[in-house]
Design a protein around this ligand. Structure first.
Ligand code: IMP
Ligand code: MG
Length: 172
């Protein structure tokens, strides 16, 4: 059975939106001491494309967060298995994640990074689920229905991150 029952966002649509976000971020964060932080593992592919559309000097420092395990619903807790990386003191951080669902991952990361001495923390997410409309990110790519999606960095049990389009996981 194919892993995707319906394509929500194809690679061309994703690419156009990532370019727009890059232009916006380049304007708005000009002059900051910018450090882009992909939230691993889901934010990895989005970040790789996004940073190439940002025309500013920047560092890239990944941070690893886990909230889901292998399930398709949030576990309600966030762990930082490798802790907070070195080198973020005084930096203007841009956390980049694949999706806002409950919002817990970015909330916890933001708090921890500010406590650790970041000068500022902004957030950029590619997708926001409809049910999460009350949550905000500084930069947002697309709003999507409340379905479990995979592709372009998003996984189910570690698989399908490499699919170039984003689609609904078969069975959801
Ligand atoms: P939150 O902490 O509930 O906002 O969940 C955010 C994390 O859950 C993201 O970084 C994703 O890794 C994962 N996640 C949430 N919804 C989906 C989905 O539809 N597909 C794949 N991963 C998801
Ligand atoms: Mg995930």
């Amino acid at each position: 059975m194919p892993p995707i029952s319906e394509i929500l966002l194809d690679r061309a649509a994703i690419r156009r939106r990532v370019e727009e976000l890059g232009v916006q971020i380049s304007k708005e964060l000009s002059g900051s001491d910018l450090c882009v932080m992909p939230v691993m593992d889901g934010g990895m592919i989005f970040t790789a494309d996004l940073v190439r559309e940002i025309q500013l000097p920047l560092m890239v420092i990944p941070i690893k967060a886990s909230s889901y395990g292998d399930a398709t619903a949030s576990s309600g807790s966030v762990s930082l298995p490798f802790g907070i990386p070195d080198g973020i003191t005084g930096k203007d951080l841009l956390l980049v994640d694949d999706i806002l669902d409950t919002g817990l991952t970015l909330k916890v990361l933001k708090e921890r990074l500010l406590e650790t001495g970041a000068a500022s923390v902004r957030t950029c997410v590619l997708l926001r689920k409809e049910s999460s409309r009350h949550l905000t990110a500084d930069y947002l790519g697309f709003e999507i229905p409340d379905k479990f999606v995979v592709g372009y960095g998003l996984d189910h049990a570690g698989l399908y991150r490499n699919l170039p389009d984003i689609g609904v996981l078969t069975g959801d």
